[in-house]
Design a protein around this ligand. Structure first.
Ligand SMILES: *[C@@H]1O[C@H](CO)[C@@H](O)[C@H](O)[C@H]1NC(C)=O
Ligand SMILES: *[C@@H]1O[C@H](CO)[C@@H](O)[C@H](O)[C@H]1NC(C)=O
Ligand SMILES: *[C@@H]1O[C@H](CO)[C@@H](O)[C@H](O)[C@H]1NC(C)=O
Ligand SMILES: *[C@@H]1O[C@H](CO)[C@@H](O)[C@H](O)[C@H]1NC(C)=O
Ligand SMILES: *[C@@H]1O[C@H](CO)[C@@H](O)[C@H](O)[C@H]1NC(C)=O
Ligand SMILES: *[C@@H]1O[C@H](CO)[C@@H](O)[C@H](O)[C@H]1NC(C)=O
Ligand SMILES: *[C@@H]1O[C@H](CO)[C@@H](O)[C@H](O)[C@H]1NC(C)=O
Ligand SMILES: *[C@@H]1O[C@H](CO)[C@@H](O)[C@H](O)[C@H]1NC(C)=O
Ligand SMILES: *[C@@H]1O[C@H](CO)[C@@H](O)[C@H](O)[C@H]1NC(C)=O
Length: 437
């Protein structure tokens, strides 16, 4: 009974808590800041800055899409470093025609290599924005916008409403724009401070449950002390596609056809058929047990024929991550969301070596070994202790197998595994308290 109940309860816990709260990155958000830098004849010029403060969730190809609703009859005269996707109806204008007259404009970043006079600082990366924990200098995107028919003082300007953000897919919810104390800028020689005429901020937070119906990755486990490989749970990422033949087997002839690997306009993925139907699987293998250290091998496999994951990130929670001695082929950073607990780490690819997780196929995996120093008081191979508590790939939580299926030490009775069970239930219960408390 418990065997079945536990996964169901955990899934329920996962999906009832739809609030945008991520316990491993509690303050993670994306901020959109508008700084009015000058008044114009009929409006203003503003610098818009998108900062990704999320530790491990980046915005990947095809990049961000931002939208809002004008409060009055504003138009966009011009933009640098980004563009509105539609001009809309500008038939009222004679002579100068605005860049966009839409009431609810949709704005995207420009592609790399646009002419110099269309650029702006931190622009033109196709909307790709790094995670703060991975590369703070690349976690920003900016553009300049000239707004007309807007009011020309901080008393007459009305802040836009209903901001939306795709990054690149759904999942983000943006709060209202709030007027905040004006940003102060330092001149390049650092000898003078200037100040925006008016500033407003919008904060957007991510929820995996708004982003997609199913999880997008799963975890499998193995160890040197037991031959059993505990696979990903069946249908961990939903099996609807399997039944409508939206997946193909890895020896299908169609794979050698030209164009099959091209990303599609409609973003549909093409998965290799597996029992879990996840685009990504993370495998954790407890490899060696030394006297003072132990060694783990982590591999990440891509099952999506239509996706190269650039700048991928892997986040793992395990009590021994406070004592990482060496990470062999990934870059590594400890994440310390709560000052007292140091049990979470972020792993990502080394530049030009394995920072791209290639499309499904022979090259579609990345792997590394970790060497961890034992703490004699806590280290154990029993009760699944050596396996991770939580795993995230690209900021989305992966489904773990149920604890009673973990490979266990010969001679360690099943009864003792109850502890293991509780150790996964308790964080779940805490999550519920956090959600509803
Ligand atoms: C947004 O993230 C920043 C950086 O983590 C944090 O200081 C700020 O409090 C967050 N804002 C909100 C509204 O959560
Ligand atoms: C508008 O600007 C004046 C001074 O120029 C300042 O005192 C006032 O606080 C500003 N109001 C807002 C809403 O920013
Ligand atoms: C903003 O969105 C809310 C809810 O979606 C809607 O009721 C409201 O009319 C929108 N406001 C504007 C100005 O579009
Ligand atoms: C507004 O957003 C910026 C980041 O874009 C942040 O540094 C600043 O603290 C925010 N201001 C407020 C009052 O939240
Ligand atoms: C595909 O992605 C683009 C850009 O992110 C988005 O505008 C579009 O709605 C998506 N299409 C589907 C079918 O999800
Ligand atoms: C992934 O990258 C490889 C090599 O750069 C390229 O040949 C392939 O078309 C890419 N696949 C997708 C789905 O973008
Ligand atoms: C957390 O653990 C890592 C080693 O895994 C260590 O380098 C780091 O200093 C620790 N941070 C804190 C705040 O204890
Ligand atoms: C790592 O483990 C050793 C041995 O148990 C201990 O002395 C050391 O303080 C630990 N380091 C951290 C950052 O906890
Ligand atoms: C290995 O683990 C599996 C699954 O947890 C268990 O059924 C099996 O008995 C274990 N093998 C040994 C030799 O203990």
């Amino acid at each position: 009974m418990i065997r079945i109940a536990v996964p169901i309860v955990s899934l329920l816990l996962l999906f009832t808590c739809a609030a945008a709260y991520d316990p491993l990155d509690p303050t993670g958000n994306i901020t959109i800041k508008w700084d009015i830098v000058s008044w114009t004849a009929d409006g203003y010029t503003a610098v818009v800055t998108l900062n990704n403060f999320q530790l491990y969730r980046h915005i990947m190809n095809p990049g961000w899409t931002m939208g809002w609703t004008w409060a009055k009859k504003e138009v966009i005269w011009a933009m640098n470093g980004a563009q509105a996707t539609e001009q809309g109806d500008c038939s009222k204008f004679k002579g100068n025609i605005p860049h966009s007259c839409k009431k609810t404009p949709t704005v995207v970043d420009l592609l790399p290599g646009v002419p110099y006079n269309q650029q702006f600082t931190n622009c033109c990366k196709g909307g790709v924005v790094a995670a703060w924990g991975q590369d703070p200098s690349a976690a920003v995107s900016q553009f300049q916008i000239s707004v007309g028919q807007a009011g020309t003082s901080n008393k007459t300007v009305k802040v836009p409403k209903n901001f939306t953000l795709l990054g690149p897919g759904p999942g983000y919810t943006c709060g209202p724009a709030k007027v905040v104390p004006s940003t102060k800028f330092l001149t390049p020689d650092l000898r003078r401070k200037t100040q925006a005429l008016m500033t407003w901020n919008v904060t957007c937070t991510y929820s995996q449950f708004l982003a997609r119906k199913h999880p997008s990755c799963c975890v499998s486990l193995s160890s040197f002390y037991n031959d059993t490989i505990t696979p990903c749970p069946s249908c961990a990422c939903g099996c609807e596609n399997k039944h409508t033949a939206q997946c193909i087997s890895n020896d299908a002839k169609i794979l050698s056809m030209a164009g099959i690997h091209k990303p599609r306009k409609d973003n549909t993925s093409l998965l290799q058929c597996t029992h879990h139907m996840c685009p990504v699987r993370v495998h954790w293998h407890v490899k060696t047990n030394y006297k003072e250290y132990w060694r783990v091998k982590v591999s990440v496999t891509n099952f999506n024929y239509r996706m190269n994951y650039t700048l991928w990130t892997l986040v793992v929670q395990h009590p021994n991550l406070n004592n990482v001695t060496q990470v062999f082929s990934f870059d590594y950073k400890p994440l310390v969301p709560y000052e007292s607990i140091n049990d979470t780490g972020m792993f990502y690819g080394m530049k030009f070596f394995n920072d791209v997780l290639m499309e499904a196929g022979p090259l579609g995996n990345v792997q590394s070994e970790l060497l961890l120093q034992k703490d004699a008081n806590t280290f154990s191979l029993r009760q699944g202790w050596a396996f991770p508590r939580k795993v995230y790939f690209n900021g989305d939580e992966c489904i773990l197998p149920s604890p009673d299926s973990y490979p266990f030490l010969p001679n360690s009775g099943r009864k003792s595994d109850f502890l293991g069970l509780w150790s996964t239930l308790i964080p779940g219960l805490l999550l519920v308290l956090l959600c509803f408390g």
